[in-house]
Design a protein around this ligand. Sequence first.
Ligand code: ADP
Ligand code: ADP
Length: 226
Amino acid sequence: KGHVQIRDVSVRFGVKGQTTEAASRVSLEVKPGEFVSIIGPSGCGKSTLLNIVAGFIRPSDGEALLDGRPIGGPGADRGVVFQQYSLFPWMTVRKNVEFGLKMQGLGQNQRASAARSLLGMTGLLSFENHYPDQLSGGMKQRVGIVRALATSPQVMLMDEPFGALDSQTRAVMQEILTNMWQQLQLSVLFITHDIEEAIFLSEKVYVMTARPGRIKAEIPIPLPRP
Ligand code: ADP
Ligand code: ADP
């Protein structure tokens, strides 16, 4: 479970009569339970590829598969975390975590207890009634990750989740993410600008080039990792 395959995918956006090719004949794979990063310059198509796996956009050519089936749209089997705006500011921490569970049709008491248990595991329980504005950047992203994990996805899709954090907080978050990944046996597709971060976290790194957005290299990172 959690096997992502992108096969020969191209994405073209048309804006004001101009066509931009955001990704050009890209193939990549995240095996079940694997931690895979994509690095590359701004505009090379990293977010576009992640959004395809999330089901937010469709390839112009090629195919995107999850566990052998074409990805038709978003689903609870994929958790998504962005750099910003991952949380609803008008909801408390707990309501944010409950959000996906509500979509799945869980009742109020079940939602609350599932959310409390997840928050407890990540040391966030005492903040359950806080609003996102009352939390530090690192805490917000921690809640964002917990929220994405609440529906027990097989795949986590993370688009520069730590990009806005200072280096110390970033290091703490990398540890937390590594622990969660090992415990939950998730597949992760992780986007970053930071080669060190990619090497620290991943088992495999794809390097992309811009214009056109192509995969230039696929680098396995053998254990033990730095
Ligand atoms: P990255 O995440 O690597 O910075 P993106 O995937 O965001 O790159 O963007 C790749 C290219 O596609 C860029 O040239 C960007 O301007 C363009 N692009 C992305 N999304 C859209 C869109 N919705 N409409 C038009 N062009 C887009
Ligand atoms: P519960 O049934 O768990 O008590 P609510 O229905 O009260 O949850 O909603 C939880 C939170 O989500 C509240 O803060 C509410 O303001 C917010 N909310 C619910 N629906 C919407 C919506 N359509 N747009 C914006 N905020 C919403």
